[in-house]
Design a protein around this ligand. Structure first.
Ligand code: SF4
Length: 363
């Protein structure tokens, strides 16, 4: 038990934690949600679903998952799809490096593992985009390997069960939780057990001040419930503030087509976007920018403001709709409505401006 000292849990709470497996498995059998990736389990489908579920809600992932696995049913098909088409399939899910890492890993799986995900935790962990959580989830759910899968939901549930005020954003504390969960994993059902903990966090032991303790299958084993201290758990050190960037977005339209540019590096690289300039520009300033690009603005209309939050950056955007006659812009692509919908992957950060510009193309 010394190795769990860092969690600062009471020995009685640690002992009770050792008894959660069976009630959780029984509950999971009754209460698990019917989700597409649980219906037809394969290592590939588990992997894709786990990557999509990082940073994205289950309800949002359902439709993306169905579309993605229909278009790319195998590791081999994922490995060879051209990147722009991959980005288009991922459009709207955000955190696009996830899609790129999926493809990088798929290429390695094809080359080194004959197209089948390796049935080994260590080998999974060596693939791009696989951290300890994803490797544990795929290993346990798809291959029955007894490894823990500890995400934010699990940390919340575990810290409440133990009434532990250890900082869950600390790597050493996370490692202690992984070891603790590994020590109680039922060998016969590691995947179901990991999923039961995640499901409990998603459906019952909800964040903030709203856990549904009366419906919890492990309430009799929960130290936070006994002590009434669940509201302050889990403890997470405050995150670093995001950098705020002001941007000006110009939807430039000619002959019902929109001018798009490919982002060549950094944030959202490989995606297409309208003209995206640093700072909040005035109407004369944006007019000068379009003229410098080679366009002759006929009409410039404000599209208001919008904001988008990335992991480390917060974009505060100001938008314009600019009607011009067609011109050749360096690195620009003119996209009609069909190409916008089917060909170019455009981040959802710009959605508000496209929606506001929708009725203006024919004016
Ligand atoms: Fe969470 Fe309440 Fe269950 Fe404890 S009893 S694990 S606080 S839902």
């Amino acid at each position: 038990m010394e190795q769990f000292e860092i969690l600062g849990a009471d020995p009685a709470a640690l002992a009770a934690f050792g008894q959660i497996a069976q009630p959780l498995l029984d509950w999971y059998q009754r209460a698990a949600r019917d989700l597409p990736w649980r219906r037809d389990v394969s290592p590939y489908r588990t992997w894709v679903s786990e990557i999509m579920l990082q940073q994205t809600r289950v309800e949002a992932v359902r439709a993306y998952f169905e579309r993605f696995t229909k278009a790319l049913p195998t590791v081999a098909s994922l490995a060879k799809i051209p990147e722009p088409e991959l980005m288009k399939l991922w459009e709207g899910l955000g955190y696009y490096s996830r899609a790129r890492n999926l493809q990088k890993a798929a290429k390695i799986i094809v080359e080194e593992y004959c197209g089948a995900l390796p049935a080994s935790y260590a080998s999974l962990l060596g693939l791009p985009g696989f951290g300890e959580y994803t490797a544990g989830a795929v290993a346990s759910i798809a291959f029955g390997i007894p490894k823990p899968a500890v995400d934010g939901n699990v940390l919340r549930v575990a810290s409440r069960l133990l009434a532990s005020f250890a900082d869950t954003s600390s790597p050493a504390v996370k490692a202690a939780y992984r070891n603790l969960i590994e020590s109680i994993l039922p060998e016969s059902a590691p995947g179901a057990f990991n999923q039961s903990l995640m499901e409990l966090g998603a459906l019952v032991c909800l964040p903030n001040t709203s856990p549904r303790c009366e419906a919890c299958p492990v309430r009799a084993l929960c130290a936070a419930r006994e002590n009434g201290c669940w509201a302050g758990l889990p403890v997470k050190a405050a995150k670093k503030e995001r950098r705020v960037e002001q941007r000006t977005i110009a939807i430039i339209a000619a002959d019902e087509k929109t001018l798009l540019f490919r982002r060549e590096k950094g944030l959202l690289h490989g995606m297409f976007e309208p003209l995206n300039l640093e700072g909040h520009l005035s109407k004369p300033e944006i007019e000068a920018q379009i003229t410098a690009l080679g366009g002759k603005p006929e009409k410039i209309l404000p599209l208001g403001t919008a904001s988008h939050i990335f992991t480390h950056i917060h974009w505060q955007m100001k938008g314009f709709y600019i009607k011009t006659s067609a011109f050749k812009a360096d690195g620009g692509h003119w996209a009609d409505k069909t190409a916008l919908a089917e060909k170019y992957a455009v981040p959802s950060a710009f959605r508000a401006f496209f929606e506001r510009a929708e009725g203006l193309y024919k004016t």
